[in-house]
Design a protein around this ligand. Structure first.
Ligand code: ATP
Length: 319
């Protein structure tokens, strides 16, 4: 293999640039030509492809977002769209592709692999919702953004003796809410993996009030529903007033943490090594701090699991 490509797809995540840098530098280290594809699979269809060199990725390791930009592209979900992408790869002589993104992006990578164009995926999403890896690139930065925001909200919660419901991202996964809850000592956490815990949250709020506790933080993962709806439900069933904060897109931005930069660098370099050693249709990941790789189909078929011990601990520490 002499020419490979790299793209970022789906939602952007902090650390994607560090991953791109690692892919480019590792390819050059192996004396392989490396092409950057702009705007995800849309750019692949459009032929928005540029050769990259050592300098193309200088001074980006600390930057959030993705210099290759990202996009969602419905056309690529069709055979026709995928064939157009393959035509472009043929035109540029690109023999293998590294896809940095989430599970949707990996479906695209799987299709290309099935059509004879080997792809390797790097999990890049703040949601930490990919099976086969303990962490995805971007999760740690988003987590730190969330706890910084909650620390600030806590100041107001305690000064004004209020209960806040804070809605965090994570799609169908509760990791961001769970980790933020533990890191921030939240009184309650509502996650999609344990949806029916509202009554327990209300009971805990009441117990707290009986002890003279005047403020509380409830962290709600977006996969459970809207924080505004939950505020209504708590008002209706327990006559308790809550304030709502939806953290929104601040969670996706910002300079990546050291942990995300290191993870992205390790996974980026590993992805290049996998392609060059003839692997195809694999997702790079990290488990127990060791680099691993799994078949895309297995990763897509398996559901990412939250750590139930951590969930139990969060409850025990916020009685
Ligand atoms: P995030 O988790 O941040 O949302 P993602 O990679 O899951 O990231 P999606 O919007 O689901 O984001 O997918 C990104 C892109 O991957 C889509 O816009 C599309 O181009 C491609 N894609 C998704 N599903 C498929 C599929 N079944 N076949 C081919 N390509 C797909």
């Amino acid at each position: 293999m002499n020419k490979i490509g790299v793209l970022t797809s789906g939602g952007d995540a902090p650390g994607m640039n560090a991953a791109i840098r690692a892919v480019v530098r590792k390819a050059i280290y192996h004396q392989i030509d490396i092409y950057g594809i702009k705007n995800g699979f849309q750019g692949l269809i459009d032929g928005n492809i540029e050769k990259m060199d050592i300098g193309s990725v200088g001074d980006i390791i600390q930057r959030g977002g993705t210099i290759l930009r990202s996009a969602r592209c419905q056309e690529f979900e069709t055979d026709d769209g995928q064939n157009k992408g393959i035509e472009q790869m043929k035109k540029h002589g690109i023999e293998g592709l590294i896809v940095i993104g989430g599970d949707g992006s990996f479906r695209g990578a799987q299709k290309l692999t099935e059509k004879g164009y080997p792809c390797i995926g790097i999990p890049g999403t703040i949601d930490n919702d990919i099976a086969g890896t303990d962490f995805t690139v971007g999760f740690d930065t988003a987590l730190n953004t969330v706890i910084e925001a909650i620390d600030k909200i806590r100041d107001t919660a305690s000064s004004h003796e209020r209960t806040f419901i804070i809605e965090v991202m994570g799609r169908d996964a509760g990791d961001l809410a769970l980790w933020a809850g533990l890191a921030d000592g939240a009184e309650s956490i509502l996650i999609p993996e344990k949806k029916d815990e509202l009554q327990e949250v209300i009971n805990r709020l009441r117990r707290g009030q009986e002890r003279g506790k005047k403020h509380s933080i409830i962290i709600l993962a977006e996969g459970v529903g809207s924080a505004f709806d939950y505020a209504e439900k708590i008002k209706e069933s327990a006559d308790l007033e809550t304030r709502v904060t939806v953290l929104g897109h601040i969670q996706r931005g910002g300079s990546p943490t050291a942990s995300d930069r290191v993870l992205a660098s390790r996974l980026g370099a590993q992805a290049v090594d996998l392609l060059l050693s003839g692997e195809a249709g694999r997702i790079a990941g990290i488990q127990n701090n060791r680099l691993v790789h799994h078949d895309i189909s297995e990763v897509l078929a398996e559901k990412h699991m939250i750590d139930m011990e951590m969930y139990q601990l969060s409850k025990e520490l916020s009685i």
